[in-house]
Design a protein. Structure first.
Ligand code: F0G
Length: 495
């Protein structure tokens, strides 16, 4: 609680100690003029001190030109020591806390029945309420194990927006991944508090039209990463759950950024302002039959994930596949110390001071560059700012990949690495044809607890400089590509 008035202090003390005498003493000593009616403090401060530091790669413009050419004009193939501010992903790139490192030192590395698994399981059950907790080495392994057990060839899966690995895992099994995000969620400039919501009318129509037997499951991705890191409201989670269950379909959450989604519900949805993020998270999970999770995001860990669910029979089948592909059910591809890091990290991700700082620092960058005219997905998401390349570079046609071009220009100018979320990532259809993605974006994803406000100021300066020179940016063509998930390894050439 932030103490701004004597009254707040009174409440805080009576809440914490319940000792009226102390309150009276403090009240008498209080320099009232100095401390009463304090205004809200505007500066964003990192809610941590830094005791371990890592030098980052300073490069010259010339070095970056050569590095990008050597990487086949694909930022995924750049060595990280050639990157100054790395916003490629918020996945597994965060800084861990002293408490996480301490828990890791005390881990139990037993193959079976380790205490570290108990700690991990207890934390996941406490937050999600799901009965079965299946550890995996990261999110996509949880997806693969779950989908292998519930998706039949030819079946359709429904999501607000499937993330790329989610979609790829479904297509690999012969399923068809369909995105049903609300129309506002596809318009970058349109302001809406919950642009990650699913269109519930479309959900119902799709189930009716395709038939329940042809649908494998309904899922909501919180926050909706591929749709701009946009949150899903509690009302929408509840409504989607009710529709799915009405038709007897299972409903899952892709919970990678559940804590950030909880914070958005707290600050944007009526009735949640006074709730703790952890209570909101518990309510979100209560509407679902299970979740897949990448602990590399809101698990605050460098590796790890899990599948959590209630269905006993399905859990047994998933554990059988887990043993085949990941490991024994009490470690599933993780070291004991990874499970300890996640057990602590899941709670740290839900701390209000942390979430306030995280969401505000991203909004701070968004506000600065928006004021200079840079088009971004509005409002900014929970883990990233998404630059709208189609709006910024109208002179580059979709077939020349404007977001890819913008991403590379950002690296050349300032050593900043983002990621294209557009037609290179999503444009190739399962039949090999090419179709422009609904949005062509550059995502600048913030690692958790890594960069400070002056890093963000630098970023704003570089992005604005790039915006002023936008007409000098030209497109790219593909030289070499893989048949699936081509963006990771594609080689490009400037036009
Ligand atoms: N679902 C969502 C919404 C994701 O954002 C990711 C990963 C995954 C599933 C897969 O998890 O990487 O642990 O296997 N997103 C990362 C990103 C890679 O950069 O957004 P994973």
């Amino acid at each position: 609680m932030f103490v701004t008035t004597i009254n707040d202090l009174y409440l805080e003390l009576s809440y914490n100690h319940g000792v009226v005498l102390i309150i009276q003493k403090v009240f008498d000593k209080m320099p009232k003029k100095l401390l009463e009616n304090l205004p809200e403090i505007k500066t964003i401060i990192e809610p941590f001190r830094i005791r371990s530091v890592e030098a980052h790669g300073g490069t010259t413009v010339q070095e970056r030109v050569l590095a990008l050419e050597a990487a086949g004009y694909n930022p995924f193939l750049l060595p990280s020591d050639k990157v100054l501010i790395d916003l490629l992903t918020d996945s597994g790139t965060g800084a861990m806390s002293a408490k996480q490192w301490a828990a890791m030192i005390a881990s139990d590395e037993a193959y079976a029945g380790s205490k570290s698994f108990d700690n991990f399981q207890r934390a996941v059950q406490d937050i999600t309420g799901f009965k079965h907790v299946i550890p995996t080495h990261q999110g996509r392994a949880a997806e693969h194990i779950l989908f292998s057990n519930i998706v039949q060839k030819g079946q359709i899966t429904l999501n607000n927006t499937h993330f790329d690995t989610t979609r790829a895992n479904i297509e690999y099994l012969g399923g068809e991944a369909r995105d049903l995000v609300i129309a506002e969620g596809k318009q970058p400039m349109h302001i809406h508090p919950f642009k990650g919501n699913m269109d519930t009318d479309l959900l119902r129509q799709t189930i009716e039209r395709e038939g329940v037997a042809n649908i494998a499951f309904v899922m909501l991705t919180v926050t909706n990463n591929s749709g701009g890191g946009q949150p899903v409201s509690m009302a929408n989670i509840k409504a989607v759950s009710e529709i799915a269950h009405e038709y007897g379909l299972p409903f899952y959450l892709d919970a990678c950024r559940f804590a950030e989604n909880s914070w958005f519900i707290k600050i944007r949805e009526e009735g949640y302002a006074d709730k703790e993020p952890i209570e909101i998270a518990r309510e979100m999970f209560s509407y679902a039959d299970g979740c897949t999770m990448s602990a590399k995001k809101d698990g605050m860990a460098n590796i790890g994930g899990f599948l959590a669910l209630n269905d006993d029979d399905l859990a047994m089948r998933c554990r059988n596949l887990l043993i085949l592909t990941e490991g024994f059910p009490t470690y599933g591809g993780l070291a004991g110390y990874d499970m300890e890091a996640i057990a602590v990290g899941l709670y740290e991700a839900l701390e209000p001071d942390y979430l306030r700082y995280r969401i505000r620092s991203i909004a701070y960058l968004a506000d600065k560059i928006t004021a200079a005219g840079v088009p971004i997905v509005q409002p900014p998401g929970g883990h990233a700012v998404y630059l709208d390349a189609r709006a910024m570079l109208p002179h580059i046609p979709d077939s020349h990949y404007p977001a890819w071009a913008l991403c590379n220009a950002l690296y050349l100018l300032g050593g900043v690495r983002g990621v294209e979320i557009g037609s290179v990532m999503f444009g190739m259809q399962p039949d090999g044809t090419e179709k422009p993605a609904p949005m062509d974006l550059v995502r600048l994803a913030f690692p958790r607890r890594v960069y400070t406000q002056s890093h963000v100021d630098y970023l704003a300066e570089i992005i604005i400089m790039l915006y002023e020179r936008r007409e000098a940016i030209s497109g790219y063509r593909i030289v070499e590509q893989a048949p699936v998930l081509r963006h990771f390894t594609v080689k490009m050439a400037p036009l």
